[in-house]
Design a protein around this ligand. Structure first.
Ligand code: ADP
Length: 261
């Protein structure tokens, strides 16, 4: 588990009462669902909380090929014969880590079912291939993220029912500028200009864009600016050209650039 410990404080700017709410949920080992658009700080928040609570963190980026066996574990054959290898979820449950399943809905349906007995008062993980019913370590906690939206897959009601939810949004502009400045090491006024452009792109959401620029994208633009690239050019590269290939949307993004510089 040592490899999963977070040694130094991950920088996280609180935006409300999310730290206290996470701590309260963790104290009762309630499973948590973090809802919010991509790149708005959910992963950073979990890293920060794992560090704050002194728990190792096992993170899994879910994708449509991710199976229950990938999470739970499998038998491996090597020179010595067969041996069991815990998957990340079993590892976290056995040793008392926080397990963060990023974008859980992306995973195959059988995957969400294996977390059910772990995400209610039973706190059990069946390792069917091994004939073991793993009782979760008392320090184990489950956190999943989900990016709701018109094109997003829905979480099954039976899965939702097991979680408390924390909603995330992009931080307010002044706070987002402070985050971008700190993450990229650029002056606050440069970060504020990049964020103002980001805010404009978010207004295009629903007009051909699923999401506008995420905080992650704005940090990337600021990192280019820190390399001496003019902020407008940096935003074109990190945001406008990256976000959409649709000519109409791209034109609107360039217009947002024009309005910002
Ligand atoms: P998500 O998990 O929601 O997709 P991340 O947690 O990876 O997004 O956030 C993307 C980036 O945005 C982070 O790497 C960090 O640079 C920045 N970020 C967003 N919100 C915050 C915040 N509140 N405090 C610190 N950094 C943040």
């Amino acid at each position: 588990m040592d490899a999963y410990r977070i040694r130094s404080e991950p920088y996280y700017q609180r935006t409300g009462d999310e730290i206290a709410l996470f701590e309260a949920a963790y104290a009762k080992r309630l499973p948590l669902l973090l809802k919010g658009p991509t790149g708005c700080g959910k992963t950073r928040f979990v890293e920060h909380m794992a560090w704050r609570l002194g728990r190792p963190l096992v993170t899994v980026a879910c994708h449509d090929e991710l199976s229950a066996a990938d999470l739970v574990g499998r038998w491996l054959i090597d020179a010595e014969g067969t041996r069991w290898q815990d998957g990340p979820l079993a590892l976290a449950a056995r040793h008392g880590a926080i397990c963060y399943l990023d974008e859980l809905v992306e995973a195959r349906a059988d995957t969400t079912v294996v977390i059910h007995p772990l995400a209610d008062t039973r706190r059990l993980l069946p390792l069917a291939a091994r004939n073991e019913l793993l009782a979760a370590h008392p320090d184990f906690a489950l956190v999943v993220s989900y990016n709701p939206g018109p094109l997003a897959r829905e979480l099954k009601p039976s899965t939702r029912q097991r979680f408390c939810a924390l909603e995330f949004h992009y931080p307010a502009p002044e706070m987002e500028a402070a985050i971008v400045a700190r993450e990229a090491g650029v002056p606050l006024d440069v970060a504020a200009g990049i964020v103002a452009f980001g805010v404009r792109t978010r207004r295009l959401q629903g007009h051909g864009l699923d999401d506008g620029a995420s905080t992650r994208m704005l940090v990337q633009a600021a990192l280019l600016a820190a390399q001496g690239i003019a902020p407008r050019r940096a935003c074109r590269m990190a945001v406008a050209d990256a976000l959409s290939d649709d000519p109409g949307v791209h034109e609107a993004l360039v217009a947002a650039l024009d309005a910002s510089w």
